[in-house]
Design a protein around this ligand. Structure first.
Ligand SMILES: NC(=O)c1ccc[n+]([C@@H]2O[C@H](COP(=O)([O-])OP(=O)(O)OC[C@H]3O[C@@H](n4cnc5c(N)ncnc54)[C@H](OP(=O)(O)O)[C@@H]3O)[C@@H](O)[C@H]2O)c1
Length: 251
């Protein structure tokens, strides 16, 4: 087990990808703090999966749009665990608005997407900085999207929020060095998620066809990349696309 004795906070651990990341980090020996905003039962199910596999987990409610709640969350982590080694900024909010439909992307929707997907990860990094730095080997992994590299995905606001999250990763990698490594996973379409299941079959089929490896990602593939980042001591400021190899997103 590579993460024995470590404490990992995973936001959005009630969701599909966050749940897979939590279960995987738990299998590697980390104590998992499974954060959620509203889906308490789903977060509890993630935590109980971790425990059933022999790991250790707890749940934490957090609305990361609320700066005060973020500070309280980190104070709770400090009080209950006395340390934080890994922060996975996985939670996000989106709504489907076709790119050409500019009028439907209202200021309120724009703010909700950016507050959740960009400001939230920053606030969590800021509030958790002292804990993450304390042992000198902290890790942040942000979960963005291939839509943050090429213009696409659920809305312009979502795509822009994820592009900014990719750059926030680089900025924080500089700001929090040398004690904390900051990296990012940018998934393409991830099968077996509610987000992907909402898409018409033809979109998923098209993605599979375009992927040079003949397959797109699964939640466990994203979790695997998170483990790669948090067990490395020589990578920071990087965004890794996990999508089966889409020619349009290769850099
Ligand atoms: N699925 C895909 O195909 C795909 C592709 C590219 C990128 N991604 C990215 O991968 C990550 C996980 O996606 P997913 O498919 O697992 O999504 P999901 O199942 O919809 O999960 C989203 C999570 O975010 C949490 N959340 C939403 N608003 C929040 C807030 N204000 N404060 C705190 N938590 C909040 C939700 O909590 P509750 O459950 O409590 O509401 C939920 O746990 C996201 O960053 C997403 O953008 C996904």
């Amino acid at each position: 087990m590579k993460l024995q004795g470590k404490v990992a906070l995973i936001t959005g651990a009630s969701g599909d990808i966050g749940g897979a990341i939590a279960r995987r980090l738990g299998r590697e020996g980390a104590h998992v703090i499974a954060a959620y905003v509203g889906a308490a039962e789903a977060a509890a199910a993630t935590a109980s999966d971790v425990s059933a596999a022999g790991g250790s987990a707890s749940v934490l409610q957090l609305d990361q749009r609320d700066p005060q709640a973020v500070d309280i969350c980190m104070a709770t982590v400090a009080q209950q665990h006395g340390r934080l080694d890994i922060l996975v900024n996985n939670a996000a909010w989106n709504i489907g608005i076709p790119f050409p439909d500019l009028d439907s992307l209202t200021p309120d929707i724009w703010d909700r997407v950016l507050e959740t997907n960009l400001r939230g990860p920053f606030l969590l990094a800021r509030a958790g900085a002292a804990l993450l730095k304390a042992d000198g080997g902290g890790h942040i992994v942000n979960i963005s999207s291939a839509g943050g590299i090429s213009p696409g995905s659920s809305s312009i606001a979502y795509s822009a929020s994820k592009a900014a999250l990719n750059h926030l990763t680089r900025c924080l990698a500089v700001a929090m060095a040398p004690e904390v490594a900051v990296n990012c996973v940018a998934p393409g379409l991830v099968e077996n998620t509610r987000m992907a299941n909402r898409l018409p079959d033809a979109v998923a089929e098209g993605a599979r066809r375009q992927a040079v490896l003949g397959r797109v990602g699964q939640p466990e593939d994203i979790a695997e990349q998170v483990v790669t980042f948090v067990t490395s001591t020589s990578i920071s400021g990087q965004t890794m696309v996990v999508d089966g190899g889409m020619p349009g997103v290769m850099r």
